[in-house]
Structures are given as structure tokens and as C-alpha cells.
Design a protein around this ligand. Sequence first.
Ligand code: GH3
Ligand code: MG
Ligand code: MG
Ligand code: MG
Length: 348
Amino acid sequence: MKMTRKDGHEALTVADASADRVVSSSVGAAHAIPDVRKESGELESTMKILLAEDSPVYRHLISGHLKEWGFDVQIANDGAVAWELLQAPDAPKLALLDWVLPKIEGIELCRRIRKAQAHSEYTYVVLLTSKDGKDELVAGMRAGADDYLIKPFHPPELEARLLGGKRILDLQRELVAARESLRVAATYDFLTGLLNRGEIVAWLDRELVRGGRETSPVGIVLADIDHFKKVNDSLGHSGGDVVLKEVAGRLKSDLRVYDGAGRYGGEEFLLILPGCDLVTTVRRAEEIRRGVSAPGVMSPKGIVQVTVSMGVTCTRGDRTSNVEALLNEADAALYRAKQNGRNRVEAY
Ligand code: GH3
Ligand code: MG
Ligand code: MG
Ligand code: MG
């Protein structure tokens, strides 16, 4: 049966309550539906969408339109299947949920989505409800729905809702990407890609706590490029930058995944070696030092020989270690390495 609404438009509707009878799509059928996608260029062809609908008729009609609009449609016949699909690793971020569903109702799905989602990517939810459920709409929105659609509805109404949802999801993704790039900028040193000073010191602080708890030593290496001013003088500042990057890469290349490396200052680097006592830290520092100086560094103005001096210290189980004291020790040892001829490792 076709239903005619007050505005004179015929809507997507189902004849009767009983399933499998159906049946009309809107007046103009598929070919007459205005192609919002072509007009706005907004609907992404591969965007996933979840359709949770227990009425076979609506399921068939709606999924047909969604596919026609280019969506990759996942279908759930009941709320439990919908919830399972929504929890999958690559779940759809756009969900069209019928209010009345077997097992888990649409409104309960909304609640669960919002509860589970505090830290993950946003899911945009459009709740489908029948006309007599109108009074409950506010409750649906409170439960976490972003929008609603009252059955029966015209296909273009649905498409318009989905375009709005997609726009929100795009904005949200842009915000997340912007936040992520701010986080990266605040965490890493732009030139070398190592942790910046604040982060490597915070890392050291955390490792000291862990080392204290596990009574395990933490080795610390402060490395400083020798005569770097001369490198800058001969290669220019940008040539110096190339050398800095290369040295940072070499310092890092010998580290284990749980070691930390950061740019502590202009041409100074801090390495943190959890679980390494003083003897081991000195041995590893020696290996790393040799690795830095072994092959010359290619720069736009030719090959330069680069060396580093290192000051090494380590936490000891029998005394409390704090970041500042350890950094002072490493710095004192580094000073001795410079005094004693550079390109060498000294322990505190
Ligand atoms: P030493 O062996 O005693 O450490 O001598 P040095 O010349 O390496 O030490 P000094 O501290 O006198 O000079 C460090 C130089 O590092 C000076 C500074 O211009 C340069 N520098 C600091 N940061 C950067 C950077 O980001 N890029 C470049 N190209 N140079 C930098
Ligand atoms: Mg239903
Ligand atoms: Mg230096
Ligand atoms: Mg220096």
C-alpha cells in the first residue's frame, strides 16, 4: 500500500504489520530519486554503513537504496548482530538503527555505542522509528542518537540525513588528525624525529619509577657531537642539520625497543637504557659511539667525519635516583669525556 502524507508526497512504507508484504518505494521509484551524491559530490562510494532492521521489507528497501547510493552495507536482523558488527575492528561509522529490534533495541544500542566509544572513532547514529514512537524521540537523542527518521519516509530524506552524518564524520576525522599532528609536534623533535627534551626527560622519570619498583638498573647516556660548530662552519647550518639527522639515526639504530632516545639540546642526545647496569651501559655506549663515527656522513658538501663524546651513569639499587641528579652525573661524565680528548665514553 502506498501512503500519502500530508505534504502530498508518497513515502517509503510497508503495507501492513506482517512481514514480507510490502511495498512501495516512493512515487518515482529508484530512477526518479534525486541523486544527491552527484549534485553534491559528497557520498563516498566505499563508506560502510550498518543497517539494523528486523522488518524484511524495510531491510530490503533501505539496503537497496543504500547500495544504490554507493554504500558498503552491513545488515543486522536484530540488535545482537548489530552490536557484534559495531564492535568489529573495522566497524561501520555510520549506523542506521531501527528503534524496535529483537534482542537489543535501537535505543539500547545507542547507549552502548556512546559508552564504549569514549576514546575511539565516532559512530554517527540515525534512529529509525515509527510514527507512533514520536514521543520517544528525545529519549532516543538522549541515549546517543545523532538524528532520527520517522517511518514511512522518502528515500531522499534518508539520503539527506546520511549526507549530514557523513559531513559530521569527516569533520570529526579532520579534528582527530589535527589533534594527532599537534600531539606529534609536541612530542617529537621536528628535525631528528627523536623524542624532544620534555618527552625524553619524562620517559626517564617513568623508567626511574619502574626501575625502582622492579629493583632493576636504568642506564643513562648523554651524547654530544664533537666540534659541531666546525661542522656548521664548513657545511653551513643546513649541512649541519643533515649531519644532526644522520647522527640521530645512528644513535637510535643500536637501541632495543624499550630503550629511549631523545634530542636533549642542540647537538646533545639522551639515551635511556632500562635494565642496564653501569658496566653494560658503558659497553653499549662504546658500541654506539663507534657506530656513529664509523663511516663518514654524506652531506651536500661532501663527506664529513663526525664523532660524539658520551657521559654515562646509572641508577644504583642502594640509593634513590632522581632525574636531575642523574642528568648532572651524566653531564659531569660528558664533560670529562670532552676534557680527555673527545670521541670517547666516560662513566660517572
Ligand atoms: P664540543 O666538542 O665541545 O661539544 O664543541 P661543539 O662545537 O660541538 O659545541 P658548542 O656547544 O660550542 O656548539 C654547538 C653548536 O651546535 C652550536 C650551534 O650553533 C649548533 N647547533 C645547535 N643546534 C643546531 C641545529 O639544530 N642545527 C645546526 N645546524 N646546528 C645547531
Ligand atoms: Mg523493528
Ligand atoms: Mg658539541
Ligand atoms: Mg653541546
